[in-house]
Design a protein around this ligand. Structure first.
Ligand SMILES: C[S@@+](CC[C@H](N)C(=O)[O-])C[C@H]1O[C@@H](n2cnc3c(N)ncnc32)[C@H](O)[C@@H]1O
Length: 275
């Protein structure tokens, strides 16, 4: 009986993406608003990948100038360059028109959340990235997934482990070091610290929505295109678990569902079903 019920459920919800949070599954039966339902696969992405690429390239280019400025301390730089290029938060404000940061959540007992701290997020903006190690569906993640609420399942079964502690942390560091291409880093490990070089890379701390606090952002898979400049890949907060030169790197971005003002906390639907 349980088998046929499960099959019926699988037929109903053919494609889904979710965060592995046990209490959320219990919550789902009571609270349909915490589900994001998409009627067709083609309607799942709120903004096209090219727009995501454009935002990332603009921000990473400015961050890259800032990193150079810091390297060549003492060099002649204008005050404006110093202000906008040197500090990741300032670069974000200049480039995207808003800043986000981690703070204690506005929800009771929900730990840390992510807030818009300055500016205004327009609808359809790339607000954050979900950092972490990327596992193909067949790759082993059992050990890393134990008591780990940061594992994200993409629509195609690819998993992203965004935990910045314990085994997950060691795995990310190790894979990132392995994938270095001569002088070029191909991923950023600073999301494992309090001060990420890429200020978007805090999306794993976005909390789940509720009836009282509806979602203002949604997840979207983004495969890094071939032409993405090698020198800017060092700001990407994702790395493949297995060395893979054939497949594009999978990233997950959070896109705003509406305009979001400074002071507001970000909330996502931890569960999306694509019918
Ligand atoms: C991936 S973490 C999100 C970051 C988390 N707030 C933290 O500080 O680590 C997911 C966990 O956050 C908490 N959480 C997320 N949304 C919540 C909500 N709406 N209400 C209460 N707790 C929530 C739950 O403990 C859940 O297991």
């Amino acid at each position: 009986m349980f088998g046929s019920a499960l099959r019926a459920l699988q037929n109903k919800w053919r494609s889904y993406r979710h965060r592995f949070v046990p209490w959320m599954v219990l919550n789902l039966s009571r609270n349909e608003k915490t589900l994001r339902q998409v009627t067709e696969r083609c309607k799942d992405k709120l903004v096209p990948d090219v727009e995501v690429s454009e935002s990332l390239l603009r921000l990473f280019t400015l961050l890259s100038h800032g990193a150079e400025l810091r390297q060549f301390q003492g060099a002649q730089v204008t005050r404006e360059e110093e202000q906008h290029g040197g500090d990741p938060q300032e670069a974000m404000l200049q480039c995207l028109g808003f800043c986000i940061e981690r703070r204690p959540s506005s929800l009771e007992r929900a730990g840390t959340g992510v807030f818009v701290s300055r500016g205004l997020v327009p609808r359809g903006a790339t607000v954050a990235m979900y950092p972490g190690t990327v596992y193909q569906p067949h790759e082993p993640i059992l050990l890393q997934s134990i008591r780990n609420p940061f594992v994200f399942r993409c629509i195609d079964g690819v998993l992203v482990d965004g935990n910045d502690r314990s085994v997950s942390r060691m795995v990310f560091r190790s894979c990132s070091g392995r994938d270095r291409l001569g002088p070029f880093l191909t991923s950023d490990t600073s999301w494992l610290t309090e001060a990420p070089l890429n200020p978007l890379a805090v999306g794993q701390y976005v909390n789940n929505c509720s009836n009282e606090r509806p979602a203002n952002v949604c997840y979207q898979e983004y495969d890094v295109p071939d032409g993405f400049p090698i020198e800017l890949r060092r700001f990407l907060p994702n790395v493949n678990y297995s060395l893979d030169t054939q497949r594009p790197l999978r990233c997950v971005v959070l896109v705003s569902l509406r305009d979001i003002s400074a002071g507001e906390e970000l909330f996502s639907n931890y569960y999306t079903i694509v019918h």
